[in-house]
Design a binder for this molecule. Structure first.
Ligand code: UD1
Length: 383
């Protein structure tokens, strides 16, 4: 029996962890025991609890309740708390997801205690070190023992940083195994899509049934914390909605909602309030988000996860960033990088509304990534 300590903390990790917990429950209960630790990075009901209720994720055994703080302080407090739990639980491996401060804290705490780190969503790079997530990814990958990359680009990125796979090497703290195994988020979308289509009341609640609409999310500090960037994105949203007479639905992260209420966002708020087609709502649950994505004709986002979900739902996406880790979407022509530039956002949106792309080949796996990860974890040569 292998004992895994799983670290979650931010909304996307809670979602990703659901896939592995589900796969353990359905096929690996005799071989894998999972202990879940929530750092408390996300604490609002709409950012955390709702996902546990809705996605059948086991409640975490530990919650460090760290909450919001500066990056260093938040990460530091997490490392201390995670270390205590590792010493108590003595896991065989530490599972971390993605690229948040919780990921980095888990990886560092485990690596310092010589516990093998299992990084799910390894190898992704934006090549922009201004992003806190890029620092988190690089540091985490370099101290990880088992690296599961959802894309071949991720495997190539790791190779270029000297992280290479030695087949059949005995798993030790010093070895590194790289696996290309598909995306656990695709597992989740496939699993929850049908449930969302039949159960989510969101379209009815918003009066969107049988209506065309665009779905937009904005939460990256580079977009929210620079007044003119947020204003530019909202101006573009206003123009597209007026030109196409189409509703714009914006489920917003609490950080973006808080910034919009500030004095410096007055111009943006005026734009929003003057256009009845723009609807701002609080962050929604996973099933509601999936339902909204499935019904939208176009997505605008600066989220990594939503970019991929757009692909899974076969919808074009305008990426409100200068670069992306999911380069395959851009290379296929089903996404455009616009940053916060209003003209670029408008022209990409109009192009996709007039001629939506038709091809979405299966580059993110077959929906069985979590199962495959567990197969590797249960057969790998643990010492
Ligand atoms: C974090 C991740 C980001 C991920 C995002 C998903 C890092 C560095 N970034 O960013 O990669 O895409 O989660 O949502 O870890 N806040 C609340 N309620 C909450 C959580 C946050 O109001 O439940 C507000 C607080 O004002 C907080 C701010 O959002 O200061 C930032 O939260 P934080 O968790 O530090 O980063 P995110 O921006 O959410």
């Amino acid at each position: 029996m292998i004992k895994l300590l799983t670290i979650i903390g931010a909304r996307p990790q809670i979602i990703k962890a659901a896939a592995l917990s589900r796969a353990i429950e359905s096929g690996f209960k005799q071989e894998v025991a999972e202990v879940i630790l929530h750092t408390g990075q996300h604490y609002d009901d709409s950012m955390s609890e709702v996902f546990f209720r809705e996605m059948q994720i086991p409640q975490p055994e530990y919650n460090l309740k760290i909450g919001s703080a500066s990056h260093g302080s938040q990460t530091g407090q997490m490392i201390g708390g995670i270390e205590e739990v590792i010493l108590k639980e003595k896991p065989d491996g530490m599972v971390v997801y993605g690229d948040t401060n919780s990921t980095l804290a888990g990886a560092l705490a485990a690596a310092k205690l010589h516990i093998p780190v299992i990084h799910i969503e390894a190898g992704l790079r934006s090549f922009n070190k201004q992003m806190p997530e890029e620092i988190n990814r690089i540091a985490c990958d370099h101290v990880s023992t088992l690296l599961f990359s959802p894309t071949l680009t991720g495997v190539k990125n790791l190779e270029e940083e000297g992280i290479v796979h030695h087949e059949n090497e005995k798993l030790s703290f010093d070895s590194q195994g790289v696996y290309h195994n598909g995306d656990v988020m695709y597992d989740n979308t496939l699993f929850f899509r049908q449930i969302a289509l039949s159960n989510s009341p969101i379209l009815k609640n918003l009066g969107l049934e049988n209506k065309a609409y665009i779905l937009a999310t904005i939460h990256r500090p580079s977009n929210t914390d620079v007044t003119e960037n947020l204003a530019g994105i909202l101006r573009a949203i206003d123009r597209v909605s007026r030109e196409k007479k189409i509703e714009m639905i914006l489920p917003l992260h609490p950080r973006t909602l808080a910034i919009l209420k500030r004095d410096e966002s007055r111009d943006s708020m005026e734009v929003i309030q003057a256009n009845k087609l723009i609807r701002i709502i609080p962050a929604v649950s996973f099933l509601d988000m999936i339902r909204l994505e499935a019904g939208a004709c176009l997505l605008l986002t600066d989220s990594g996860g939503v970019q991929k979900e757009a692909w899974f739902m076969e919808k074009p996406v305008v990426v409100l960033r200068e670069e992306t880790e999911w380069v395959e979407i851009i290379e296929a022509g089903n996404g455009v990088l616009t940053g916060p530039d209003p003209e670029k956002i408008i022209s990409a949106s109009l192009k996709y509304l007039d001629a939506p792309p038709q091809n979405y080949p299966p580059i993110f796996g077959d929906g069985k990534a979590a199962h495959r990860i567990l197969e590797i974890l249960t057969t790998v040569n643990w010492q």
